[in-house]
Design a protein around this ligand. Sequence first.
Ligand code: BTN
Length: 341
Amino acid sequence: MTRTAKKAIAGVPGTTDRRIDALLSLLAENSTIVISGSKIAREIGVTRQQVWRWIEQLRALGVRVKGHPHTGYHIERIPDILAPQMLSHRLYGTPFSRRIHHFFKIDSTNTVAIRLAEQGEPHGAVVLAEEQTGGRGRAGRSWVSERSTGIYCTLLLRPTLPPAHAPLLTLLAGLAARDAAAEDLDSAPDIRWPNDLLIGGRKFAGILTEMHAEPDRIHYAVVGIGINVNQSKMPAELSAIATSLKIETRKTHSRFELLVRLLRHFDRYYNQFLIEGAQPIVRRFAEVSSYFRGKRVRITTSTESFTGTTAGLEPSGVLRVARDDRRFTELVLSGDVAEAD
Ligand code: BTN
């Protein structure tokens, strides 16, 4: 990493201190041994007192660290924190290993990613939060983002594509999240166009893509992915329509491993899209989404609501719907899709 890159990462207000991240990695890598406070202090370049203060801070976050400054420390259980240094090792070879911005608490990872993009942050930057206080969903809705239970992740992309291709970025993010989550589930999740992930008809993940573009070129796109992982229950007003991996499987899942898989699958689909174009993405969507063709749906856009039957996707990722009330097939660029009887 260049010196400027390091400085820019440290410069985002609220970013997790890189040295806490280093401390976590050190403890995790030496989880079977007791490591002395002075060794840790030497390795990460701070005083023993500072190490002790950070250990206390980690404990307050629920990380179980045993020991004290004189005997040394060891971690009782590797915490499921989305620690950038450890993530970066696991994402080696992808564009997502280089610039990982981690926050314990932030309003919205999409908002931070947009701010970073405006400041010239490069393609592949990742913004992660353990908790969001103002998580944003599609159509102005909010995204409930309780601490350390879900994945709240935004990818900053600078593709050399026209804005008309942006829906494909959303589609491929949905496919990546679907493949990553499928490994934690007994039955495969469904995708409701464009990118709601469903188990038994209830949503457990969603994607919010925002971009800055000219008519012929995307300047940047931020792809925000929210996955409900270890929530034991959903807020009462959402429980009929929303779920989490834990609610479905009655097991706790590693957010860290799920995130690694998500970003690796995203990288694979993204490269496939750049090399082969939209066709393999649309083909894959057809394989895994029951909404691709022949599904009775109600579409609600900003201007109208109508029912019809899905009839595949355009090469640009736009949904085709044969309307009940007209003789033609409507092209749905955006809007809410709900199953209709
Ligand atoms: C949806 O409405 O389905 C989209 C939800 C997107 C939520 C994610 S969580 C990470 C990123 N930051 C946000 O504020 N929103 C997205």
